[in-house]
Design a protein around this ligand. Sequence first.
Ligand code: HEC
Length: 438
Amino acid sequence: MKKIGLIPLVLSMGIGNVQANEQDNKLISLTNNSSAVQGGEELFIQACAACHAKDLSGATGFNLKDGEWIHGEAPSQILTNIKQGFNNAGMPAFGAMFSDKQLQEVTAFIISKREGLANLTFKIYQMTDEKDVSVTADKLIKSGSLPKNLMDFEMPEVKHYALEFEGTLFAPKEPSKLFIEGWKIAPTTLHIDGQEVNKPFPQATTWTLKPGKQHVKFQYIVGDNFKQDWKKNLALFVTNEDKSVKLFGLSTRSDKIMKDTKILVTADIKPVIQRKKIHNLPTYSISVGFPEKINYAFNTRSCDVVGVWTGDMLNVGPNVDGRGKDGSIVLGDWFINKNDTFAMQSTSKCHYQKMTNKGIPAFFFNQDGVDYQLTTSNQSTNGLSLNYQVLSKSASPVVFDLPNNEKVQITSQDGVIKGNTLTITPNKTSFSINVSSK
Ligand code: HEC
């Protein structure tokens, strides 16, 4: 929840208004300029993310993407706030630190990240009986606005009713879905910009959204088949395209679920080990996070390093909640994930033996009859070294398939890289592979 700090009344209304409107329009149109928005994002990560979080969800500083503005929502006001800062609350003034262009870009970036509903209204209709699905104006019994911009399905006090919510939805720029979790069948319809959106099949629980800003009308007709109260209270989420990550909630229930599922795991002073399922990594991966803000995951089925990412380790909330259906989400940037191949070539299935943690985590496994131990060193936000010890006699040369990935660079002094393979010099009792950002 946001604390209301001291609000400096610097901008007086009136004279400044015309100028402010011009400035607002300029900043809004800047959100369509992708290089400006990208410049803004870079500045945000450098100067703002420490307090407002990289995904704008807030830390010591406020959430900047939920549409809730304590110090003014006009783009020009947001820009002014960034320039002047909030000295008493701990936010520096950025006006003298960066150019006007840079600060306009960071403002455009923030506006472009807006998510959730705005100007949300509701209508409740009294239906004649449980079979009645015709929503008509004469059945309207109550209407109003929802200042929190969350759909509240618990409002009706009658048995047979229809609920209608209407407002502006700010969806991600990337493909996304509207998803109802744990939904029991009752008629629902979604209109986007006046057009009904078809579902892949009648009882499907997802609809495809448009990217960015759109007008939505969501209708829900409830018969008498809802004996349990919680079933009435729909959990509506906006998710990524394949539904594997919940991005934000649209109803009171889903909003609460999202707030309860932020459980951050970070390595502060020593390495941290997690055995949780992670979004974008194969199952049976064990992940290790280092205070240097680099993390990797070892897969116990393939005995390979299947993931490397920078930044804070994980939000395990989605994995803890709802019987662990959803994978934990990495908090930083991927170097390598399941879309990349980074594997030791083998002729047989590997045998994972154990993991130890005597200060530095070590994985033990047998691949094609040879015993290995894997540890890491030289951790930094730019990468890490994977150190393999060969614990038994090595028979054939060790060859790795390397990822073909623009972000990551793989080097080794203990072998030769040709195309996408690394061949380790024969008869080495140990070898290292460096994984770093390009
Ligand atoms: C040292 C921490 C810190 C840094 C760095 C920081 N902020 Fe803030 N920011 C805050 C705090 C704390 C507040 C809330 C002020 C209050 O309590 O009134 C805030 C408030 C804001 C607000 C007003 C939000 C509202 O609801 O009206 C905006 C906009 C904002 N920050 C943008 C930025 C941008 C852009 C940057 C980087 C250029 C930045 N901040 C960097 C701590 C920080």
